[in-house]
Design a protein around this ligand. Structure first.
Ligand code: ADP
Length: 400
């Protein structure tokens, strides 16, 4: 199986009675990548996205899925749309049924699943997006973030390999946006290829594995974000702004500071650059410890008990179920997004942290802390919390 899941070969498209919206584009997307199409309004991002599941057919050129040219007969499109799920910018245009259950069931029912398979798919999908218990609710009574989650559940219920999101955070407040971006990370971590379109540089820059900068129906640049956004001139040409961390890094360099290592993608990277300039700032007598709690194993009550003993600890939740667990047990969260990096930053200042997360994400905490340790030479201890009823202890662990 090739590593490439989607490919465009010199595609062009003109809307009927419109101007050319896609003007000779070629690219490929690998399995399990997180791709951000970034460009100003009218750049052609949405048009390009709709070609990924065959909603629009290029006038010339070729779109390939799984190494096969996309075919546009009804049966082929049906199969393609099972494998490439699409979440529209405006959930009101995507949600059509009178209840959440019926809406999420629409895709699997159309794919011919049996009634019990549909029920299973809907239950799993709603659980995944944190909407258990919403089955009978009418979608129009939900908040913007909840509607977005219903739309995402509709796609998840079909178990697509590729998930395409047109402006995934549009209309959401900052916290709602962080929640959705974290959900996308979670899905990617579970093996989905994720493609988003956005004009929000600060959203795309730390998140994407690769950024594709678009303007006037063309690709201007395509690379890892620190390279794609690394040249102020080309970023301006794309009618975009520089990510603030890159700008700060460049300004420090212009002032003669010798910043070693890679360009910063996150505040943690930036602090590492700065720490290497001022070695003494790293000389805290003790680094804090990061404790990881797998909420899939713990029943929450023991966790509350543990927290009552370890007061004043910074706590972050990663993933929908972890956040639900925190809410259920009234655990105050300091971090709900970029949790691992934020905890590393705290640990560097000597503070202990707790990360609530789910089974599949525990390993990610260890891997990220290990990667930071290799890069910076700073070893931050990570422990996994294992609580048996009536006792509160910690297991000093290596990556599970
Ligand atoms: P973006 O998603 O980057 O904002 P779009 O793909 O929506 O850009 O639009 C690309 C170009 O295609 C724009 O010039 C836009 O005006 C035009 N366009 C988009 N939809 C239509 C349509 N239905 N009919 C005619 N022109 C359209």
């Amino acid at each position: 199986m090739s590593s490439i899941i989607l490919e465009a070969r010199d595609i062009r498209y003109r809307y009927p009675r419109g101007m050319e919206a896609i003007c000779g584009i070629s690219f490929h997307i690998r399995r399990k990548e997180k791709i951000a199409l970034v460009g100003p309004n009218g750049a052609g991002k949405s048009t390009l996205l709709t070609m990924f599941n065959g909603m629009i057919r290029p006038d010339t050129g070729l779109m390939l899925f799984d190494d096969q040219p996309i075919r546009y007969d009804t049966a082929s499109l049906r199969m393609l749309r099972k494998r490439v799920g699409f979440v529209l910018q405006n959930p009101d245009r995507q949600i059509i049924a009178p209840t959440v259950y019926q809406d999420v069931a629409f895709g699997p029912t159309n794919l011919g699943y049996s009634q019990s398979e549909v029920k299973e798919a809907v239950t799993q999908a709603l659980r995944h997006v944190g909407l258990e218990g919403f089955e009978r609710r009418p979608p129009h009574q939900l908040s913007g973030g909840e509607k977005k989650r219903v739309a995402i559940a509709g796609v998840l219920a079909m178990d697509s390999d590729v998930l395409v999101f047109d402006e995934p955070t549009s209309g959401l407040d900052p916290l709602g946006s962080e929640d959705i971006m974290e959900l996308l990370d979670e899905l990617n971590h579970e093996g989905k290829t994720i493609i988003i379109s956005t004009h929000d540089v600060e959203l795309a820059y730390p998140w994407a594995d690769r950024a594709i900068l678009m303007l006037n129906g063309k690709i201007l640049k395509e690379d890892i974000p620190e390279v794609a956004f690394g040249n102020p001139e080309s970023v301006r040409t794309a009618h975009l702004s520089l990510p603030i961390l890159l700008e700060l890094h460049m300004e420090l360099q212009k002032r003669g500071f010798l910043l070693t290592g890679k360009k910063p993608r996150t505040v943690l990277d930036m602090m590492h650059c700065i720490d290497t300039l001022f070695e003494h700032s790293r000389s805290h007598s003790r680094h804090g410890m990061i404790t990881v709690c797998n909420v899939d194993q713990d029943n929450g009550e023991n966790l509350s008990e543990w927290l009552s003993v370890h007061t004043g600890i910074c706590t972050g939740a990663m993933g929908t179920r972890a956040k639900q667990c925190a809410e259920k047990f009234c655990i105050n969260l300091d971090f709900t997004y970029g949790v691992i990096d934020k905890c590393i930053l705290k640990a560097l200042l000597g503070e202990d942290c707790l990360i609530l997360t789910t089974e599949s994400m525990v390993k990610r905490v260890y891997l990220r802390v290990d990667a930071y340790g290799l890069e910076s030479g700073v070893r931050i201890p990570v422990h996994q919390l294992t609580i048996a009823p009536g006792e509160a202890n910690e297991k000093n662990g290596s990556a599970p």
